[in-house]
Every structure is written in structure tokens, then in C-alpha cells.
Design a protein around this ligand. Structure first.
Ligand code: CA
Ligand code: CA
Ligand code: CA
Length: 275
């Protein structure tokens, strides 16, 4: 009965969403944040070497829902992770050098959805993901409090030695889900925030892979943590075009009638991978 349900769900899902879009958009790493306990995030991507995330509280491994990120259901698709803004984070163990989640010098796309109501008011920044430990070519995609004011938070991207710090002027702390996609196409960096596409500039400098990638914090700060939700984190080994990015966004934000099916398919895939 269980197998039948999974098969039927997949069939309905395939008919509801373009199969060519799925085939062309296979992520190298794909985190759906369906876990409700434990310390390991499943990676549903197709990369030869999986890089599971480990939930953290500062330096120590901390279980989901027990000091680490907690699961929110419903999230955007299925569950999502709630980061408390105090110490919750995810560390991708071993994601350095050749085992980095995306290419230091090549083209890539990273996309995720976030939701937050936090207003930062201490002139700080909170990372969404970062490999920042003070090293050359470190990078950080996050949210910045420009002046300490109540309504000035904005998404920013920082790449030391590369395109520098680009403040987008776009606020996302309204409690709604927002889509972010960072793309490097050759030397051109682009950040899409919902419907807005922002050219971040060009740089041939590598993105540092000397340090592991973290979600919700940067390694060299024990004070700045993202407070809110993340879901549907994807890494692609190519620079996806506008139509492909639109497909990702559409797949992750299905119409209400198929929302439950996508969530079920995600859970089924996770269970198959773990079996
Ligand atoms: Ca999810
Ligand atoms: Ca915590
Ligand atoms: Ca602020």
C-alpha cells in the first residue's frame, strides 16, 4: 500500500510538472529540510559525493529540535528549518577544496527560500550562507542592517577580493517566503530576489573553499545568526538561465492543489534515499 501511494504520487506529480524541467534541473546538492530530529540533513542531489549538513549550536553538534534548528511544518514545501537567531546553524562538514558544494571558479547556481520577521538594529549582518572565516576570497550572502534603523534591513552579497560588498536595497523581513538565487556565469555574478534580478558585477577571483560552508552563521562570528526559516536549498553546477530559475521557483511554489503532493513526493524521496 505504501509503495502504491508513492508511485501514484510520483505519477500525479510528473503529470502536473514538466518532466523536461526536472531532467534539466537536477541539482548537485539539494536540501529539503524535512528532518524533525537527529543531527544530519539528507542531501537529495546527484553529486557523486554527498555532503550532508550537520546541525550545530555554535561549535557543538546539536540535534534538530533539541537546541539546534527546529522543524516547522508546514514549511514552504513540506517542512522547513527554523533558526532561532541565537545559535542555530548548519555546518557542511568537509565541504572544502574539491569537496566544496559549488565550484570555486566555475559557473554555478545556488537557490533557496527564506522567511523572516527579524529587524536587525545593531548595525550587524546575519548570513544565510557563508564560508567566511576571515580568509582571502571569503563570501557571504546575508541580510545587513545598514544604519541600525528599524526598517533598513537589506539582502547583501559580499565577496572579498572579488565583487566586494553589494547591498541590494531589498528588504525581506515581512514574514513572507522569499526566493533567492545566486548565479555565477563565467565571471558574472547575479542575484535574483523574487522578481528582481541584480547584476553584482564581474570577477575572476575564486570563491574561497578553504573553509566549510555554513548556513545561518559565518564561522568567524559567534554573535550573528539568521533568525527565521529556510527551505529548498539547491546547488547546481551550472549557471541556470532565467527560465530555468523560474522553473525552480515554480516547482518549489506549486499551486495550492499540488502543494500536498510535492510535499509527499519530497518525503518519499528522502525515505528512499535513507533506505
Ligand atoms: Ca522542505
Ligand atoms: Ca538553539
Ligand atoms: Ca534595521
Amino acid at each position: 500500500m505504501g509503495k502504491f501511494l508513492i508511485a501514484a504520487t510520483a505519477a500525479v506529480l510528473a503529470s502536473a510538472v514538466s518532466t523536461t524541467a526536472f531532467a534539466a534541473l537536477t541539482p548537485a546538492h539539494y536540501y529539503t529540510f524535512e528532518e524533525t530530529s537527529g543531527t544530519v540533513l539528507g542531501d537529495l542531489g546527484n553529486a557523486p559525493t554527498l555532503r550532508p549538513g550537520t546541525t550545530q549550536s555554535v561549535a557543538a553538534t546539536t540535534a534538530i529540535g533539541a537546541g539546534g534548528p527546529s522543524s516547522l511544518s508546514p514549511g514552504l514545501v513540506g517542512n522547513s528549518f527554523t533558526f532561532d537567531g541565537t545559535n542555530d546553524n548548519v555546518r557542511f562538514a568537509g565541504s572544502t577544496g574539491a569537496n566544496a558544494l559549488f565550484s570555486a571558479t566555475g559557473s554555478f547556481t545556488v537557490s533557496l527560500f527564506i522567511r523572516t520577521t527579524k529587524n536587525i538594529n545593531d548595525n550587524s549582518q546575519v548570513p544565510l550562507f557563508a564560508s567566511n572565516n576571515g580568509q582571502t576570497n571569503r563570501f557571504n550572502l546575508g541580510i545587513l542592517d545598514s544604519t541600525g534603523a528599524a526598517t533598513d534591513d537589506q539582502v547583501f552579497f559580499f565577496h572579498s577580493g572579488g565583487v566586494g560588498q553589494i547591498n541590494t536595497g531589498i528588504s525581506v523581513n515581512d514574514g513572507n517566503w522569499h526566493f533567492l538565487a545566486l548565479t555565477r556565469n563565467g565571471t558574472a555574478f547575479t542575484l535574483q530576489i523574487d522578481d528582481t534580478v541584480i547584476a553584482l558585477g564581474t570577477s575572476a577571483a575564486p570563491l574561497s573553499t578553504a573553509n566549510e560552508l555554513y548556513l545561518a552563521r559565518r564561522q568567524n562570528s559567534t554573535a550573528e545568526y539568521f533568525n527565521g526559516n529556510m527551505d529548498e536549498l539547491r546547488f547546481y553546477n551550472s549557471a541556470l538561465g532565467a527560465s530555468d530559475i523560474a522553473d525552480i521557483r515554480a516547482i518549489a511554489v506549486p499551486d495550492p492543489t499540488s502543494l500536498g503532493l510535492v510535499a509527499l513526493a519530497g518525503v518519499a524521496a528522502l525515505r528512499r534515499r535513507r533506505a
